[in-house]
Design a protein around this ligand. Structure first.
Ligand SMILES: [Zn+2]
Ligand SMILES: [Zn+2]
Length: 374
């Protein structure tokens, strides 16, 4: 009888795995989803056991409770079977594009630009903060694939031995759980990040974006990153990467000063920002792509153009370029050694021509831009 029960259990598990496999395989067979996902996950078994992720690699979610644990178990098995057939569910996976930057590196190398992951979870450590719990509830499900895209990013970065330049909004709001994910991500990958506005959001959109709001959580958030997310510079193969926090649409004078100092040695430089800088093409793109009133969500927009904004005055005022921001913008458009700008914030793919020789690359949430630099 004992053997019979074991056989039944295994048969039942196999049947379940088979049923769970039908949707992804059918989706791939039908040509749905993003076929150009080219992350190498052929080692699905070792992926499951190497990191032992608490989130589900198969569906991208967090499964909680007893029923969740069971679902997670069967999804793990299904993920393993995906590895055997070499097909994975495409929905919610990161898509990678390849760009070449010929800017005079000492030797060729890769880096990956990604942003706006918006990891949004909460656990019992924040249970005492009702407003935060309510915020998490409100945002629940907005970014269901966040952890899976982050995982794809890690896999791709390891495959290419590439630094990840993350242009902000890694987390959706400040919670202990989200900071744990950020800490884990930056500890296990070579991440060079700048802050996004959501790095400093606790309750999200409940008031404006200003220095006091940032200062309330800045230290705590910084502890989850390995570089200074307000201003950092590092050199890779003769190319200087500079990350500046302009996440509230402006910078402070000390940031403009340090940017000027970093550019002074003439080394080819790549600038990472959260908020894109003004250029006519991206302004036009931003103002026409959305069908509700909004500002352009750009830095250093000329004030006469801001008159077109049909939005709450407080937000418009906050986005007006102060003197430091104007100086920072002038440095950007006049620096011959600044070779590229990497940005996020607006959750769309767009390549903007800031000057005849300077492009800025805006990346969408589920998109990774691989740069081959030489
Ligand atoms: Zn964002
Ligand atoms: Zn943002």
């Amino acid at each position: 009888m004992k053997t019979g029960t074991g056989f039944l259990r295994r048969a039942f598990a196999l049947l379940l795995c088979f049923l769970l496999l039908i949707p992804p395989v059918a989706s791939v067979a039908a040509g749905n989803g993003k076929q150009n996902v080219d992350v190498n996950r052929s080692d699905s078994l070792s992926r499951l056991f190497r990191d032992k992720p608490e989130f589900c690699l198969f569906c991208g979610r967090l499964h909680t409770g007893f029923a969740g644990a069971l679902t997670h178990f069967f999804h793990d098995v299904a993920y393993f079977f995906c590895g055997i057939v070499g097909r994975y569910p495409a929905e919610g996976r990161m898509v990678f594009t390849l760009e070449t930057l010929s800017i005079g590196a000492d030797e060729p190398f890769y880096f990956i630009h990604a942003g706006d992951t918006h990891v949004g979870f909460i656990d019992e450590r924040d249970a005492g903060d009702e407003r935060l719990m309510e915020t998490a509830k409100r945002r629940e499900g907005d970014w269901p694939a966040a952890l899976r895209t982050l995982d794809d990013l890690c896999v791709k970065a390891k495959e290419l031995d590439a630094m990840i330049v993350h242009t902000g909004d890694l987390i959706d709001f400040v919670s202990e759980k989200n900071l744990d994910y950020a800490r884990d991500f930056t500890a296990h990958n070579d991440v060079f990040a700048c802050a996004g506005n959501h790095e400093y959001h606790v309750y999200i959109w409940d008031d404006g974006e200003d220095a006091p709001r940032r200062e309330r959580v800045a230290e705590k958030v910084q502890s989850a990153f390995t570089n200074d997310i307000r201003f950092s510079a590092r050199v890779e193969h003769g190319v200087k990467f500079i990350a500046v926090d302009n996440s509230f649409h402006t910078v402070e004078q000390w940031q403009a000063d340090r940017f000027k100092e970093e550019l002074a040695d003439g080394m080819p430089a790549v600038l990472a920002l959260h908020v894109p800088v003004y250029a006519p093409d991206i302004f036009e793109f931003q103002m026409t792509k959305l069908d509700y009133p909004h500002p352009a969500w750009l830095m250093a927009v000329p004030e006469e153009l801001m008159a077109e904004y049909n939005y709450e005055q407080q937000w418009i005022d906050e986005q007006k370029a102060n003197d430091a921001t104007k100086e920072f913008y002038d440095l950007i458009v006049n620096a011959p050694n600044l070779k590229a700008i990497l940005v996020g914030h607006d959750h769309a793919n767009f390549v903007s021509q800031v000057t005849p020789t300077l492009k800025q690359y805006m990346v969408a949430c589920d998109q990774g831009q691989i740069f081959f630099v030489n």
